[in-house]
Structure formats: structure tokens, C-alpha cells
Design a protein around this ligand. Structure first.
Ligand code: SF4
Ligand code: SF4
Length: 142
């Protein structure tokens, strides 16, 4: 992904503090379709199959559904003892775009920042055209 900021060394030392909060979103639909459906827009049934198989959710972000890993009280369910269950190339856009900051290692606060083009506002704009499909998938999930 263009703009990936992942710093393996720093993030390994940090042990994924960001992952203990909300999981990152796939903020770019085209990238999401490319990773999981070879670039094709799936049917609602196919999308539900993927969500179940990979433990993904359609998160309501200000009224817009966006795919993301599921979360529990401990944070992102994709977080493993040895790191993220997703490969770097399939990891959510926001996880890759977060700019690591050394300050995060020094206190309990996350100083790492997300460029606005990968923020929730941009993600909502990108996913708005796909809402009929995502809502259909959401209804099939329950
Ligand atoms: S909180 Fe920052 S330093 Fe820690 S894993 Fe996440 S991006 Fe890396
Ligand atoms: S998908 Fe991976 S990198 Fe992103 S929040 Fe979950 S465990 Fe962390």
C-alpha cells in the first residue's frame, strides 16, 4: 500500500498498543476487493463468507459500514502473541498508515498519528457508494 508507515522494529518493541484499542479499518474499498476478491466486487453472500472465515466485522463508523477485524475487550482479535494474524500486504489500511512515534514507548499514551487521507472521514467517503452491498451483507450475517 502506498503510504505504509509500518516500522517493524519500533512496533515490535511497543507490542501493538494501537491493536489493544479499536482495530484499524480497510479505508480503501479497491484495496479490500483486491486483497480478498482479486479486485472483483463480491456478492453479499460472498462477502458474508469472507467475514465469517476471516473474523471480520462491518463496523458502523458514523453511519457508514466499513470492514475491519472483529474486536473484543482486549482489542483487535487479530492480535497474536507474535504480532498480527494478517500478513503485511493484507493488513487494514489504517494499521499500515499509522505513523509510529518513539514517544509511544515512553509512556502509556499512543503518540502515533494517522494521516487524514486514511482517517475515518476519508474512509466513510470511500465506502459510501458500497453501502447497499454492505447493508445486505450485514442483514445476512445476523
Ligand atoms: S502504537 Fe504506534 S508504535 Fe505501537 S505498534 Fe502501533 S503504530 Fe507501532
Ligand atoms: S489488524 Fe493487526 S495491525 Fe491491525 S489492529 Fe489488528 S492486530 Fe493490530
Amino acid at each position: 500500500m502506498e503510504g505504509a508507515q509500518y516500522d517493524a522494529q519500533l512496533c515490535k518493541q511497543c507490542r501493538g498498543r494501537c491493536c489493544q484499542g479499536h482495530p484499524g479499518l480497510w479505508s480503501e474499498p479497491e484495496r479490500f476487493w483486491r486483497i480478498f476478491f482479486a479486485g472483483r466486487i463480491p456478492t453479499a453472500q460472498e462477502l458474508v463468507g469472507l467475514l465469517r472465515q476471516r473474523s471480520l466485522a462491518l463496523r458502523d463508523v458514523g453511519g457508514v459500514l466499513i470492514p475491519a477485524p472483529t474486536e473484543s475487550e482486549q482489542g483487535c482479535t487479530a492480535q497474536r502473541e507474535n504480532g498480527c494474524a494478517f500478513t503485511t500486504s493484507e493488513r487494514p489500511c489504517q494499521c499500515l498508515a499509522l505513523i509510529p512515534n518513539l514517544e509511544t514507548l515512553l509512556d502509556d499514551l499512543i503518540h502515533c498519528t494517522l494521516p487524514p487521507e486514511y482517517g475515518s472521514g476519508a474512509a466513510r467517503c470511500h465506502w459510501r457508494p458500497f453501502q447497499p452491498l454492505l447493508h445486505q451483507a450485514q442483514r445476512l450475517l445476523v
